[in-house]
Ligand binder design. Structure first.
Ligand SMILES: C[S@@+](CC[C@H](N)C(=O)[O-])C[C@H]1O[C@@H](n2cnc3c(N)ncnc32)[C@H](O)[C@@H]1O
Length: 223
């Protein structure tokens, strides 16, 4: 198993994963695809983890696909879908070589998954995302950015990529890349960028003690 995935497999083995869908992802998907015929809309949950967002997509009736490199994550996702009597195609695989045909998905969701990779691989992965999206298909990404307060707990081992987090939100991860705006524009150069939102929670008391620590770009880009 590759390094970017090992830490996640350990988390899932210990039962540590998100159980509920990411709130902004729910709002965006429901806004973008406000249609009744959802079985025609193919959405890939790239890095499904324990299936929090896969569950939401399947429950809302989209034609749902999920992929993750961590076998335990995929197992948990499948189990949950079965319990809820929902359908999705869930597979173990690496983003660097997505096992789907060209021009396949209407939408690909990356809820904090691509950022777990080194820069060279991030570039490869965005090429793969582009390849498997249909024309006018949309990529929705949640990418941590350089304003993240917990970046200081890691060691930078290549530009904007950190590891060995001593504490904070990334202490259970291994590799974390924190994006600059220019890097996003670079990896999405073949796409039409529709939106880049900065989502940061500013604690006005003691930031170190804050319960939610977050600085990310929310990106929407079409093929
Ligand atoms: C931070 S977790 C996010 C899980 C889920 N999207 C969520 O919202 O909770 C990142 C996931 O991406 C997966 N991942 C990261 N890089 C990967 C790669 N190159 N190939 C396959 N899976 C990868 C990890 O195994 C992990 O499950």
């Amino acid at each position: 198993m590759e390094k970017e995935i090992e830490a996640w497999e350990r988390n899932y083995q210990k039962g540590r994963y998100n159980n509920w869908p990411y709130d902004i992802l729910v709002s965006l998907v429901m806004n973008l695809f406000a249609v009744k015929e959802r079985q025609q809309i193919k959405i890939l949950d790239l890095g499904c983890g324990g299936g929090n967002n896969t569950y939401f997509l399947a429950k809302e009736g989209f034609k749902t696909y999920a992929i993750d490199g961590a076998p335990k994550g995929v197992e948990i996702t499948k189990k949950r879908l079965k319990q809820e009597n929902l359908n999705a195609q869930c597979i173990v695989g690496n983003f660097k070589n997505l096992p789907y045909e060209n021009d396949f998905f209407n939408c690909i969701i990356d809820r904090a998954s691509i950022y777990c990779n080194i820069w060279k691989d991030i570039k490869l992965i965005f090429n793969e995302v582009y390849r498997v999206l249909k024309k006018e298909g949309i990529y929705i990404g949640f990418l941590p950015n350089l304003n993240h307060p917990d970046l200081i707990y890691g060691e930078e081992f290549e530009k904007n990529t950190y590891t060995n987090f001593k504490e904070g939100s990334y202490s259970h991860s291994d590799i974390a890349h924190f994006f600059s705006k220019d890097e996003i524009i670079d990896v999405l150069k073949d796409f039409m960028i529709e939106d880049i939102l900065e989502h940061k929670l500013n604690c006005i008391l003691d930031e170190k003690k804050s319960h939610l620590r977050l600085a990310e770009y929310i990106v929407m880009a079409r093929k």
